[in-house]
Design a protein around this ligand. Structure first.
Ligand SMILES: Nc1ncnc2c1ncn2[C@@H]1O[C@H](COP(=O)(O)OP(=O)(O)OP(=O)(O)O)[C@@H](O)[C@H]1O
Ligand SMILES: [Mg+2]
Length: 327
């Protein structure tokens, strides 16, 4: 596999909020996190992108101090997890991938409960609970029991819980998986507002569009390792010749009856379907487009409105690993 790390170019002179140094976590013979290092500076939204099983959640659990590493260290706001775990954890807000809420309580009762655990009381608790619910767009549902919430509303409340105590560093683990577009919008907006207000965010996802939208610096993880990291533009440039062919995709209107994995097999190229669109990676560039378009037409797929897009993080991942990010 190509080792392609773009050197960090900016420091801003400020001490980092998070420094991850040669972090290692093993499960038996498997190394879930393999010498992972990256640094996040104040106010940044840093993207950690990787497919299922890459090691993102394990990395976050190590940073949160929920798992002990087999090697390396994590420094949060100058405090080492090895020597000053409690001090380091005080600066962290953690939003886990799995929802951790009490379904029989209302949103505000859940918030109050977790706020108390965070040492918040009285007017300060009320202020922070209201502020966090507002940020994720749940003010109107504050009195509703969580068991009646949609999946997206639960995720938003999960994020609001992570904001209690106003942590300097917020760890978000795939906050938009499997939710409705409205909740997704709320979450992306909330992350942007937090960043604008100075919160540093580690945003984990396997949706490259979200990472490209939110983050200026990113790391791409695969099989426990960081395979590329740096400013977005520099990481994108690692894709080399590859481009993405985007074709409108309306199976309901007669665009064939194949799904993405069948198309992948037929075309022998990485294919994904996103928002009524087929995205096909052309590893050697736009010159491959005519051949692929002919194949699509033969399969009964109308190709009007096609676009060819410059390399994005998906293409980078393909170029470095030979696999599609979403497989
Ligand atoms: N408690 C555990 N015991 C054994 N293996 C584990 C454990 N937790 C994680 N793993 C393994 O470690 C690897 C990394 O898993 P992890 O959950 O960190 O990946 P991820 O990038 O968060 O994936 P996903 O996108 O599916 O959430 C996987 O191969 C997983 O099977
Ligand atoms: Mg995970």
């Amino acid at each position: 596999m190509t080792q392609a790390t773009v050197e960090r170019t900016e420091t801003g002179g400020e001490p980092p909020v998070l420094a991850v140094r040669d972090l290692v976590k093993r499960y038996g013979h498997d190394t879930a996190v393999d010498r992972v290092s990256f640094t996040i500076y104040p106010g940044e939204t840093f993207g950690l992108l990787g497919p299922n099983g890459a090691g993102k959640t394990t990395t976050l659990a190590l940073i949160a101090g929920l798992l002990r590493p087999d090697g390396g260290d994590v420094i949060v706001c100058g405090h080492s997890l090895r020597t000053a775990r409690r001090l380091a954890q005080r600066h962290l807000g953690v939003v886990p991938q799995d929802i951790a809420l009490y379904p029989e309580l209302t949103a505000v009762q859940n918030m109050n409960y977790f706020a108390t655990l965070r040492g918040l009381f009285g007017a300060e608790r009320r202020r922070q609970v209201e502020e966090a619910l507002e940020l994720v767009g749940l003010t109107e549902h504050a009195g509703q029991r969580v068991e009646r919430f949609s999946g997206g509303m639960k995720r938003r409340l999960n994020i609001a819980v992570g904001l209690l105590g106003r942590p300097r560093l917020l760890l978000l683990d795939e906050p938009t998986v499997g939710i409705d577009p409205q909740s997704r919008r709320h979450i992306l907006d909330a992350v942007r507002s937090l960043a604008a207000a100075g919160t540093t965010v580690l945003y984990t996802s396997h949706y490259m569009e979200e990472v490209e939208y939110l983050c200026r610096r990113v790391a791409i993880m695969d099989h426990g390792r960081i395979i590329a990291q740096g400013p977005l533009d520099e990481v994108r440039a690692l894709a080399g010749e590859a481009v993405v062919l985007r074709v409108p995709w309306r199976p309901a209107l007669g665009d064939g009856d194949m799904d993405a994995s069948q198309l992948r097999n037929v075309l022998q190229l990485p294919v994904e379907t996103v928002d009524s669109e087929l995205r096909i990676v052309l590893p050697t560039g736009a010159g491959q487009a005519p051949e692929v378009l002919n194949a699509l037409v033969r399969l009964g797929i109308s190709v009007d409105g096609l676009r060819i897009e410059a390399p994005n993080l998906e293409t980078v991942f393909l170029a470095l690993t030979g696999r599609a990010l979403r497989d």
